[in-house]
Design a protein around this ligand. Structure first.
Ligand code: NAD
Length: 483
């Protein structure tokens, strides 16, 4: 039996919940129980915020170079332990081990990036209104921050926020998703080993998010809330944050269009589509959800996509060669099934997949076959709502104007992709898509130095690059007179 971390990480020590309650963490590949972890309530969350507040002033006053060194050390310790961390992640999440390693490396790159940004929190001196005055603008840590994160990238979603918060000089309380809490606790382990002072990072697990989030949202000491998750919960938090005027960074749902024009490099578009559709079994906010293919190339494009998806190996994430693991839970499979059933009832065809795998070894896991749907129309569920699964629905279109309008016809605005060899169209379509992130001939948009985030109901704020630090910094204007 693997030795999993199971307790809350508060003030530098591993603690049980005040109530003594625990909840089970399950392996989605076979339904087995991996561990029982501490189940926090409001009392534990208050204790964590108390500790974060105590640590805050000292951390903000720690020289940037020292903060930077601790961040770098944490990334180094994590990297040295990456194989074990990846096995933990695959056990509680299900994703293939190579994807767990990829996620962890990307997360450590964020920590390295923010370790450098920590050294560049520059202020400004502005010409003043008279010889006896000076105008100075400085950047200061905003205060205690909280991260509430989803299960789809159990480590990355935390590291991306934590790196920026720590670099800016903010302490942080992390409330990870209840489905993947162990990877979150591991982050506490390697930051503690790196010498992060007690209380600067607190990790509080809870099986019922709303019972700890009410405490977070009502507490005026929490100045920044960075949330990644569904638009529905983001809206609740935005309303609740109004009471204490918290700064909110919200990374919410997406419904990415993936447009292939008839002049595209089809082989390249297919490579990018398979990667962005099937990563994490389609459970990403930037997954290609609406695949628009220009009518003249649609039959051939579909045939080649089917060829690729139907040959992907579905199975246990820790086994060699597996490319598609289980979905996170039974409800996720039920949602995929409902979307496929709705499309079929509306006249769509299933070109491959469309069901759970029949292999008996997979019977206890939440598996679903890679699926291609044809003849999909804009009134179907797959066109309106995130499927969050391995389903590729093909929509056909005729003109550029039409497809841009259809792509923009969504309350979401996170990521969009399009493929064409026409350079004028690259500029036109890039500028016309109402999305925070656009991949022009590119499905691989992840980059630590870039400003990732959405518009419309996909959220507020940006993560990554120097933009990511902004969420955790206040600008203070100091007017110096009588000189
Ligand atoms: P979710 O909103 O259900 O949960 C996200 C987090 O919020 C979890 O920690 C959960 O415990 C917590 N939570 C749930 N209800 C809450 C409440 N009432 N108050 C406070 N916290 C609450 O989302 P999910 O199912 O974990 O994640 C999938 C969603 O996240 C999808 O919509 C996806 O598109 C989105 N997502 C967005 C991004 C992005 O960067 N924009 C990245 C990944 C996922």
């Amino acid at each position: 039996m693997t030795d999993y971390l199971t307790r809350l990480f508060i003030d530098g020590s591993w603690q049980d919940a005040d109530s003594g309650e625990t909840f089970a963490v399950l392996n989605p590949a076979d339904g087995s129980e991996l561990a029982r972890v501490a189940d926090a309530d409001a009392r534990d969350m208050t204790r964590a915020i108390d500790g974060a507040e105590r640590a805050q002033i000292g951390w903000a006053a720690t020289p940037a170079l020292e903060r930077s060194r601790i961040l770098r050390r944490a990334a180094e310790i994590g990297r040295a332990d990456i194989d074990r961390l990846a096995r933990v992640m695959t056990a509680e999440h299900g994703k293939p081990i190579a994807q767990s390693i990829g996620e962890l490396n990307y997360g450590f790159d964020f920590i390295d990036w923010f370790a450098e940004e920590a050294r560049r929190t520059y202020g400004t001196t502005v010409p003043s209104t008279g010889p006896d005055k000076r105008i100075v603008a400085i950047r200061q840590a905003a205060g205690v921050s909280v991260a509430i994160t989803p299960w789809n990238f159990p480590s990355l979603q935390i590291l991306r926020k934590l790196g920026a918060a720590l670099a800016a000089g903010c302490s942080m309380v992390v409330k990870p998703a209840a489905l993947t809490p162990i990877s979150a606790l591991e982050i506490g382990r390697f930051f503690a080993e790196a010498g992060l002072p007690d209380g600067v990072l607190q990790i509080v697990l809870s099986s019922r998010a709303s019972r700890v989030s009410a405490t977070i949202m009502a507490d005026s000491r929490v100045r920044v809330l960075s949330f990644t998750g569904s638009t529905e919960v983001g809206k609740i938090l935005m309303r609740e944050g109004a009471a204490t005027m918290k700064r909110l960074a919200l990374e919410l749902g997406g419904h990415a269009p993936f447009i292939v024009f008839d002049d595209a490099d089809v082989e390249h578009a297919l490579d990018q589509l398979v990667a962005v559709k099937m990563r994490n079994m389609g459970q990403t906010c930037v997954s290609a959800n609406r695949i628009f293919v220009q009518r003249s190339i649609a039959p051939e494009f579909t045939r080649r996509l089917v060829e690729r998806l139907s040959s992907m190996k579905v199975g246990f994430g820790h086994e060699d060669g597996v490319e598609v693991g289980p979905l996170i839970e039974a409800a996720a499979v039920a949602k995929v099934e409902a979307h496929v059933a709705d499309a079929v009832a509306g006249g769509a065809g299933v070109a491959t997949g469309g069901k759970r795998p029949e292999h008996s070894a997979l019977a206890n896991g939440h598996f679903y076959e890679p699926t291609v749907l044809t003849g999909v129309t804009d009134d179907m569920l797959v066109a309106r709502d995130e499927t969050f699964g391995p389903v590729a629905p093909i929509f056909e279109f005729d003109t550029e104007e039409e497809v841009v309008a259809r792509a923009n016809n969504s309350p979401y605005g996170l990521a969009a992709y399009f493929f064409t060899r026409d350079v004028n169209r690259v500029v036109r379509v890039s500028e016309s898509l109402q999305y925070g992130t656009v991949g022009a001939n590119d499905g691989s948009i992840s980059a630590v130095q870039a400003p990732f985030g959405g518009v419309k109901e996909s959220g507020i704020g940006r993560e990554g690059g120097h933009w990511g630090m902004e969420e955790y910094l206040d600008t203070k204007y100091i007017s110096l007179a009588g000189l």
